[in-house]
Design a protein. Structure first.
Length: 202
């Protein structure tokens, strides 16, 4: 027997598990059909996500991001004294809300802070709402509270008599609710800031 006859026959090595050898079913007409069927589902899901993101941005931005909407102009047109409690003073601010946009402005509440002569004087809220027509205006009355500390600060600021008659004011606030008539969007609202002069009641 020759040495070559005594050697065992060579065998091909088996493929290891997890190898990258292509699977017979990875490519073919059946696989292409499945890809074609799933493609519209993926496109629809992507379109839905994009629409949701756009809607979230619109709600977060408020009505300022809607076409035809402009920030309202709010001015004080009157100040009346109300009956207070304890050391607090109560005032009624009459505000003229002007809608400068081409769409109605609907709100369901209002909150504001009033600075007079460079100092915080009062703050107030209004739970009632209304609708300001397009290119229209609306007068609302907001009760505000003047704390004893704020009143003393105002008195100290005017004790030198340098400011007589009307005093400069800065009004900052927010109208809450939906920007369009008949619509109520949770979390949406419009901020406003105005400056002018007023005369406080004695």
């Amino acid at each position: 027997m020759s040495p070559s006859d005594a050697m065992p026959p060579k065998t091909e090595p088996r493929a290891l598990r997890g190898s990258s050898a292509p699977h017979p079913a990875a490519d073919g007409p059946a696989c292409d059909a499945r890809r074609q069927a799933l493609r519209p589902l993926g496109a629809g899901l992507l379109a839905g996500l994009c629409a949701a993101a756009a809607g979230s941005s619109l709600l977060l931005g408020g009505c300022a991001s809607l076409p035809g909407m402009e920030p309202p102009r709010v001015h004080i047109v009157g100040v009346e004294r109300l009956r207070g409690e304890g050391l607090e003073l109560r005032l009624a601010l009459k505000l003229r809300v002007q809608n400068m946009g081409s769409m109605p402005l609907t709100f369901d509440g209002l909150a504001l802070d009033l600075d007079v002569n460079g100092r915080r004087l009062a703050s107030g809220v209004l739970s009632e709402g209304g609708t300001v027509p397009r290119y229209g205006e609306l007068v609302v009355t907001v009760p505000v509270t003047v704390s004893a500390t704020a009143a003393v600060r105002q008195m100290l600021g005017l004790v030198d008599g340098s400011a007589q008659g009307e005093l400069p004011y800065v009004l900052r606030g927010r109208l809450s609710g939906g920007p369009v008539a008949g619509m109520s969007v949770v979390g949406a609202g419009v901020s406003f800031t105005s400056e002018g002069s007023l005369k406080l009641p004695r």
